[in-house]
Ligand binder design. Structure first.
Ligand code: DUC
Ligand code: ZN
Ligand code: ZN
Length: 486
């Protein structure tokens, strides 16, 4: 059995070369020229095509209970849509409500994710603090393969962390060898601006970006970076959309701090004019946080990705259909925040990144899979084409064109933020664990075939962090005895 991918050009984050790839038992068994077809193996003709690691989307929210509703995309439909577009792994978020146990929330999400068609893992959000949270973080790292903890600095009165929670949780993450991650928006400022703008009579979706200006994001990013620096913990900032947060990351990295930045395909390609569209359904369909920004920010984000200030691309895939968005018909503050994109991230990044010359093919692999695998400590099991790696692979035809549309996508949502966009370059085949899950327009995913992927803590990586004697080895000043002469 198995699958032999013949005649393609392998593209990884490091190199490009012509070779065949033999997949069996879920992994890559052999890479080489003119490999023999084992009996019973299926052959994929990859002539004229690229063979790359399947995409990893490190930021999704399948079937998330949020803002009084539940995201429409579930773990099966969402991972299937991902597979159709070349993404073979997601890292989703366990988000416990304040005062609920992290461990029970983790088990709840594991149960929901049983139906996933491709592999997945979980970041766990810390939304409150007490001794049980401290203990549960330890259990999650030591027993459940979690190495990243998320902190929402926005969503006041719901899941927002104040500085006390950030400090406690970052400190604990440091002890455990885990990485802290943040949604960087100052939730206090957002709440203040939302109320002010609403009181001024702006009730529609155009109020959404006005209540979340770039400075709100910059402040939170800067604060999270400073806290992480003092506590000496690595930090990953999700969905950077603004020059302010980008610059904060660039400064911290130039200063030697381990700070990583993610950008969403949507923030690179969609601008804030969508919120001023007179059609409520259209404008509301784009309500997500942080909001889409103007072109100046988009250009800076592309440059951030090109120069390495930002290392990963994601989607924040969190789908709500028009009837759900209508909850905020008369009040933009009540529109469920979230947009989709898992199916199209690879295609739009290839088209607007590689075809435009902004990214090399190897950089494309870095920002769509390899870097996420490295940052979240699952490389080279994921994000690589190497013997022994999981056989999560896309066969990519650089000549294939398609037009993105909600009418044809596999995502369980009635809107596509990239509607009408023509892209050149697409997967013809997707393999997950060595099995064909998508081929030439036909989806072959299997409900429940996805596995939970453990992510170990970062022991060696932490050893390399600079030590901060002021925090780690304080020395008391000796006093008493004879007074020194004045
Ligand atoms: N932003 C969104 O738009 N949706 C889900 C959560 C988030 O941070
Ligand atoms: Zn977020
Ligand atoms: Zn999110």
């Amino acid at each position: 059995m198995g699958v032999l991918i013949k005649g393609g050009t392998i593209v990884t984050a490091d190199r490009t070369w012509k070779a065949d790839v033999l997949c069996a038992d879920g992994i890559i068994k052999q890479i080489g020229e003119n490999l023999e077809k084992p009996s019973g193996a299926e052959v994929i003709d990859a002539g004229g095509q690229y063979v790359m690691p399947g995409g990893i989307d490190p930021h999704t929210h399948m079937e998330l209970p949020f803002m009084g509703t539940v995201a429409s995309e579930d773990f099966f439909s969402g991972t299937t849509a991902g597979a159709a577009g070349g993404t073979t792994m997601i890292i989703d978020f366990v988000i416990p409500s304040p005062k609920t146990s992290l461990i029970s929330a983790y088990h709840q999400w594991r149960e929901w994710a049983q139906k996933a068609a491709t592999d997945y893992s979980f970041h766990v959000a810390v939304t409150w603090w007490d001794e049980s949270v401290r203990k549960d973080m330890g259990t999650l790292v030591e027993k459940h393969g979690v190495n990243s903890f998320k902190h929402f600095m926005a969503y006041k009165g719901a899941i927002m962390c104040d500085d006390e929670v950030l400090v406690n949780s970052f400190t604990r993450a440091r002890e455990l060898g885990a990485i802290a991650t943040v949604h960087a928006e100052n939730g206090e400022l957002v709440a203040h601006l939302q109320n002010q703008i609403f009181a001024q009579g702006i009730t529609g979706p155009e109020g959404h970006p006005l209540s979340r200006p770039p400075g709100v994001e910059g402040e939170a990013a800067e604060r999270a970076i400073r806290i992480a620096d003092v506590l000496n913990v690595p930090l990953y900032i999700v969905h950077n959309s603004a020059i302010q947060s980008l610059n904060a990351i660039a400064r911290a990295r130039a200063d030697g701090q381990r700070v990583y930045g993610e950008v969403l395909a949507g923030h690179l390609l969609i601008n804030d004019s969508v919120y001023r569209n007179p059609d409520f359904d259209f404008a509301a369909a784009h309500v997500m946080s942080p909001p889409f920004r103007d072109e100046e920010h988009q250009k800076a984000l592309w440059k951030g990705l090109q120069c390495g200030t930002l290392q990963t691309t994601a989607t924040d895939h969190c789908c709500f259909c028009a009837p759900q968005k209508a909850a905020g018909k008369d009040d933009f503050r009540k529109i469920p925040n979230g947009t989709g994109g898992i199916e199209d991230r690879m295609g739009v990044l290839w088209h607007h990144g590689v075809n435009s010359g902004k990214l090399t093919m190897n950089e494309f692999v870095a920002v769509t899979s390899a870097n996420a695998a490295k940052i979240f400590n699952i490389y080279p099991q994921k994000g690589s084409i190497s013997v022994g790696a999981d056989a999560d692979i896309v066969v990519w035809d650089p000549q294939k064109t398609r037009t993105i549309s909600a009418k044809t996508h596999h995502q369980k949502v009635d809107f596509n933020i990239f509607e009408g966009m023509e892209v050149k370059g697409a997967n013809t085949v997707t393999l997950s664990q060595g099995k064909i899950v998508y081929k030439d327009g036909e989806v072959r995913t299997v409900r429940g075939a996805g596995r939970y992927i453990n992510r170990p803590p970062f022991a060696g990586y932490y050893d390399a962090l600079k030590t901060k004697s002021a925090v780690e080895k304080p020395t008391a000043v000796k006093r008493g005895g004879k007074k020194a002469a004045a």
